[in-house]
Design a protein around this ligand. Sequence first.
Ligand SMILES: CC(C)(COP(=O)(O)OP(=O)(O)OC[C@H]1O[C@@H](n2cnc3c(N)ncnc32)[C@H](O)[C@@H]1OP(=O)(O)O)[C@@H](O)C(=O)NCCC(=O)NCCS
Length: 164
Amino acid sequence: MMVRALGASDARAAVTVISTAAKWYAEFLTPSEVHEPEMTLESWVEEARRMTWYGAFDGVDLVGVMGLEYAGNAALFRHAYVLPDRQRQGIAAMLHNHLERQVVGVDKIIVGTYAANYKARAALEKAGYQPSPDPEAVLRHYYDIPKDRLQSSVTYEKHVDSDR
Ligand SMILES: CC(C)(COP(=O)(O)OP(=O)(O)OC[C@H]1O[C@@H](n2cnc3c(N)ncnc32)[C@H](O)[C@@H]1OP(=O)(O)O)[C@@H](O)C(=O)NCCC(=O)NCCS
């Protein structure tokens, strides 16, 4: 298993991982809140203009993705998705470790997720992230998210040494 930054030639495989893993949102979102597919090829490419996508590979197979974006004094880890049949094998933890080593020049890492997303919340807590005391303020400051998502989302933070 290895992690590397993704490029345009990985777009199709990445979108497949994201849309497959995102199917579980239907278990806690209302039908009108579910996007099918979660991400199009065009929006993956658009996202790549402002953040760096990373992927975990088993041989040549992409099994998980995560994005790193800088926003002010923070790094945001976004779009964490691991193929369902590869979950619970430490792949998200491996991606977290890899992305944390890439982060430079900011004093914290922020990750947002749905409040009901217990899998992501447990993974973040295990990786040493603390729930933000005021997630709505964090979401308003660092994220460009629709108003209806402010109530249904939470954020987690981890402080890093900004001198790195
Ligand atoms: C959230 C997600 C990325 C975690 O990926 P993963 O590779 O399975 O995570 P890991 O194997 O590294 O697990 C790390 C820890 O997270 C927690 N965790 C992960 N999946 C869990 C689950 N289904 N139930 C409870 N805890 C879970 C556990 O504490 C786990 O450690 P453990 O297996 O030693 O107990 C994955 O579940 C996923 O892709 N979910 C669908 C998409 C999604 O919700 N993305 C989050 C967007 S912010």
